[in-house]
Design a protein. Sequence first.
Length: 295
Amino acid sequence: MDWDKLRVFHAVAEAGSFTHAGHNLGLSQSAVSRQVSSLEQDLKVSLFHRHARGLILTEQGETLHRTAHELSTKVAETRAQLLDSKEKPAGNLKITTTVGLGTIWLTPRIALFSDMYPDINISILLHDRELDLSMREADIAIRLRRPSQPDLIQRRLFTVNYHIYASADYLREHGMPDSVDDLDNHKLLTYGTAPAYLSNINWLLTIGRPAGKPRNSVLRINNVYGVRRAVEAGLGLASLPDYIVGTNTNLVRIDLTDETPQFDTYLVYPEELRQSKRIAVFRDFVVARSKEWDF
């Protein structure tokens, strides 16, 4: 198949019309239509249903679109790799991490990285689920566990420790717990629908309790920053990572046990990006900043 025709077909399939595709490609509507018609003649199949409301892919068109999309993605990746071969790092860089780490730790530091490498276009994707790096949902990740995939390069950064926190107002009203058993008499805030690798994040519900008889949670929030805000509002006690609390806060740390969760963080990226200068400079930047970790 002729790549130029396939490129035009892909643009039309993405845009849904010859006119919009032509605008995106810098071609006339008639030129785009001729390229698609020529491709259909080459393949001896119809790729679009044409009607007044626009274009809809045929079954054969859907099949070709999937392939064309994969090829277009590979071409974009190759272009980025070629840009990486220049002396100056440049191109797009998609970074993913958890909502908590991204909001509190990474984002405040990214301005310095951007100043150092102005030709790198940065996207930060914050998810508590892990994006698939092998499918290029992101280029590089900071994760709260060691990756198990063999094709991912990893670098340990720092350890995230969790402790019990409450607001001063809550403790004035409900008292300070003196033991793990006292948790039975307090309002507990927990993390909702935690991923499997964070299964013990809601340890306040089970510590010191008989098997199968956990404490109740008065509120579940599926975002650690949201849990922190609820604790600040005096809604109850919660287990929070120390970094998200920081030092400038009205929250009080409560030490009832040494058996608190901790997670090692890792910088992770695919083997195929090992030679990428964008990845290399971001890796070195994060490793250097991680040595400042003091939580």
